[in-house]
Ligand binder design. Structure first.
Ligand code: NDP
Ligand code: PYC
Length: 342
């Protein structure tokens, strides 16, 4: 078996059928299928179809609620608490975003914590609409512990991603979105599935030795990016998403885990800022100042901005389709209910 190319419509159909068979209701499916299709559209394969078996197994094990009905709780002019009803974060974020944006415009800054939420998608998806709507946005998500603090032996941190989105009038927003581990765990899982070695610096084996074997790295522990600097960012993500946001540490998520391979129920914290909050001081607007910086970066050789790779893929995949491993595709089709179950 090799690689096949399928359309985005086929991605949608495969995802939707698998989630229906696993018992997800329409409201949650709309949100989850959207994050999966958009990830494949933007060539972010670690959080596209790759995640479908985990979505299904988490519902089948009864750990995550495929019928979740997230509720918003207004905690004050700038604060929002979202009770995700033990469901997937995709629907909770979709419901929270308009209220968060309204608060940010009214007060200059707003923060939402999602509780009892299970995040399994790429963070840019949560923030890009806020920046497309003219706001600055940041997000922290802590996950399930799999990352050591350099020099230590215990899996302390999750892969703990964070993302930052900036509005660009008349253009797609600038969004960066990255794990504080050297790489997303999903990327190592894909290397294992495809039988490929991983670069040194991503993980250590169960004995604590550097490894290029994906399975050994998953069994051992992941490394933060940039040594202790990445670890300190992972620490901040734990403190903000879990401790401040009223959620479980990645350590606790791992302790409570039932091994179903689905998303972690760590913390999700989203912040939105009005770029005009400090306007009126006689300086250029925030977005004008930013464009000066972007122009200098883009004028310096062959550089690009974060998210430009995604936007290029977004322009390409609707007519070129997306590449999927054929054996994995057969497994996904088996999730429709007639064949293999996760
Ligand atoms: P990458 O290391 O692939 O990319 C990190 C960021 O750097 C992206 O914004 C990327 O933009 C940008 N970038 C890459 N190369 C360049 C360059 N040459 N110049 C400028 N910017 C560049 O991502 P990770 O492996 O760390 O994470 C992948 C995904 O996994 C993320 O979407 C993250 O949200 C997700 N994730 C989700 C978790 C969860 O709990 N839900 C946990 C961990 C990760 P671009 O995309 O344009 O290349
Ligand atoms: O890829 O590290 C990861 C990840 C963890 C939870 C969701 N994605």
């Amino acid at each position: 078996m090799g690689i096949v190319t399928i359309t985005l419509e086929a991605v949608r159909d495969i995802a939707d059928r698998a989630l229906v068979a696993a018992g997800m209701n329409a409201a949650n499916r709309d949100a989850v299928v959207e994050v999966v299709v958009d990830a494949e559209r933007d060539a972010c394969h670690s959080h596209g179809l790759h995640r479908i078996p985990g979505y299904c197994s988490a519902m089948r094990s009864g750990r995550v609620n495929g019928q979740a009905d997230p509720k918003l709780h207004d905690l004050g002019p700038s604060l929002l608490r979202v009770d995700a009803d033990h469901g997937f974060s995709a629907l909770a974020v979709k419901r929270a975003r308009p209220a968060l944006a309204e608060k940010a415009r009214a007060t200059g800054v707003a923060i939402a914590t999602l509780q009892t939420a299970n995040h399994f998608h790429a963070l840019w998806h949560d923030l890009e609409p806020l920046a497309a709507d003219g706001l600055i946005a940041m997000m922290f998500v802590n996950s399930r512990s799999s990352v050591v603090h350099p020099g230590g032996h215990e899996r302390i941190y999750g892969t703990n991603p964070m993302a930052f989105a900036w509005p660009r009038p008349g253009r797609n927003p600038m969004v960066w979105d990255m794990a504080s581990a050297a790489i997303a765990r999903g990327e190592i899982e894909i290397h294992r599935r495809e039988g490929k070695p991983i670069p040194e610096g991503w993980a250590i084996d169960p004995d604590g030795n550097p490894t290029t074997d994906a399975a050994a790295g998953l069994a051992g522990a992941q490394l933060p990016f940039g040594g202790y600097k990445g670890a300190n960012i992972a620490l901040m993500v734990e403190l903000m998403a879990a401790a401040f946001g009223g959620n479980k540490l990645s350590l606790q998520v791992a302790e409570d885990d039932n091994g179903d391979g689905g998303p972690p129920d760590g913390g999700n914290l989203i912040m939105a800022f009005d770029p005009a909050a400090f306007a009126g001081s006689g300086q250029a607007s925030a977005t004008e100042t930013a464009e000066r910086l972007f122009a200098r970066i883009l004028g310096d050789g062959d550089l690009r901005l974060p998210s430009d790779r995604r936007y290029a893929a977004r322009a390409r995949t609707p007519h070129e389709g997306v590449a999927v491993d054929e054996a994995f595709l057969a497994d996904l089709r088996g999730l429709h209910g007639q064949g293999k179950l996760p």
